[in-house]
Write a protein that binds this ligand. Structure first.
Ligand code: HEM
Length: 392
């Protein structure tokens, strides 16, 4: 059964980008740190990756090879002040409590709770629920709430928000070799950002303190920072969260773990953590070398790039296992590490937990008879994953 889960996960990766499984599995050979032609330095070691991510003096995401370099071209040079360095440090200090496990749970209960209840009722009533589509709708709802987008309360409207966020993230496709964008790409991205952040400035001024933008204001984040942060939240938290939701559900089915979880709900946090580890929806993290540095006995020069194969590092521990427990080397490398550790991690965990709680209700064992993987996407995921009650 484990092999079934691994086979489907492998296909999810191939469909996203045919060369991805090769990079991620052959990447094991890179070991702690190795220079690879046309890619740069590559590491598949969780401890070395964390060391690099925790060394802002020598590694940056603003230079060629990092996402900051991408976003500065789209949003403007001011990005350099908030994506890294002292400005980023200040922003992260102020947003330390923006998302906590408690307020993320309240956010997801309020924003996706009713839609999850509807999905649970459909499943209980014998209907098929496409978890891949549901994940996109749920994430679209969260994004709409975070960015205070006013849309009709229909699944289609949220699917569209997801699609627009995804289009923006797709800019990063192909950045394994370069983060320089063409003028056409920059122009297209600017239009998308303007559309998605249309209400941010006003919401930052007027939104209630319990909304995320209201909290940003009260935490001392200025309007432009709030606009930049909103774009980041959307790009970073859209496909990643939908991917983790669908793939974790598929793994619970393929390994049979759904039955044990239903009998013992106290294992739910382990299922969420293991799902995140094995899927590692953001499979690689890139950095530019900001200043010459020696790592693992190798001399890295300013201007070079480092690719951390976090999927590989996380999966080296083995297949999905509810009994695996906390891994001190990996910790939560699926959310990165150091100053750029995923800001939305509590939201992602709350979204996945909410979905699993709905699906693991007593008497709701399900089966998956067909599935489709998403093709040519930045974040590997399912296109179609219908669940049905096992007895139907
Ligand atoms: C399973 C879902 C998710 C995964 C696997 C994930 C993964 C990551 C990773 C690996 C990073 C670090 C990137 C780097 O160091 O270059 C990151 C950063 C970030 N994530 Fe997430 N993320 C997820 C969901 C979310 C959600 C739901 C949100 C927002 C609600 C979010 C917001 C952010 C933000 C704002 C950053 C940038 C932090 C910074 O640069 O200081 N993420 N995420």
């Amino acid at each position: 059964m484990l092999d079934t889960a691994r086979r489907h996960e492998f296909r999810v990766l191939v469909a996203a980008k045919p060369s991805l499984p090769l990079l991620l599995t052959a990447g094991r050979l890179a070991g702690s740190l190795r220079r690879v032609p046309r890619i740069g330095w590559v590491s598949a070691d969780p401890v070395v990756a964390r060391r690099i991510l925790n060394d802002p003096a020598h590694f940056t995401l603003l230079g060629e090879g990092g996402v900051g370099h991408l976003w500065a071209q789209v949003l403007g040079d001011w990005v350099n002040e908030i994506f890294d360095g002292p400005g980023h440090h200040q922003l992260r200090s102020r947003t330390r409590d923006l998302f906590t496990d408690e307020n993320a749970r309240q956010l997801t209960d309020r924003v996706i709770g009713p839609r999850l209840a509807q999905a649970g009722a459909e499943l209980a009533g014998g209907r098929a629920v496409d978890i891949a589509d549901l994940g996109r709708v749920l994430v679209g709802r969260i994004v709409a709430d975070l960015l205070q987008l006013r849309v009709a309360d229909r699944d289609d409207a949220y699917r569209e928000i997801f699609a627009v966020g995804e289009e923006l993230a797709a800019l990063a496709l192909g950045t394994t070799t370069s983060t320089h964008l063409t003028p056409e790409t920059i122009a297209r991205a600017k239009v998308i950002v303007a559309r998605l952040t249309v209400n941010v400035a006003e919401a930052w001024r007027t939104a209630a303190p319990e909304t995320v933008l209201g909290r940003c204001r009260d935490l001392g984040i200025d309007q432009r920072q709030a606009e930049g942060l909103s774009t980041l939240l959307m790009v970073a938290g859209t496909e990643t969260a939908a991917s983790a939701m669908a793939r974790t559900v598929a793994i619970l089915h393929d390994t049979g773990a759904q039955h044990r979880l239903r009998a013992d709900p106290s294992l739910l946090p382990d299922a969420v953590r293991e799902g995140l580890r094995v899927t590692s929806p953001a499979p690689v993290i890139g950095r530019a070398v900001a200043a010459d540095v020696t790592v693992e006995g190798q001399r890295l020069r300013a201007g070079e790039r480092v690719l951390m194969l976090t999927w590989t590092a996380n999966n080296a521990a083995g297949a999905f296992d509810l009994d695996r427990g906390y891994l001190p080397d990996q910790r939560q490398l699926w959310f990165g590490a150091g100053r750029h550790l995923c800001l939305g991690a509590p939201v992602a965990r709350a979204e996945i937990t909410g979905l699993l709680q709905t699906l693991l209700a007593p008497g709701r064992a399900w089966r998956i008879r067909e599935r489709r993987y998403r093709r040519n996407v930045l974040i590997p995921s399912y296109a179609h994953l219908p669940l049905r009650l096992a007895r139907h």
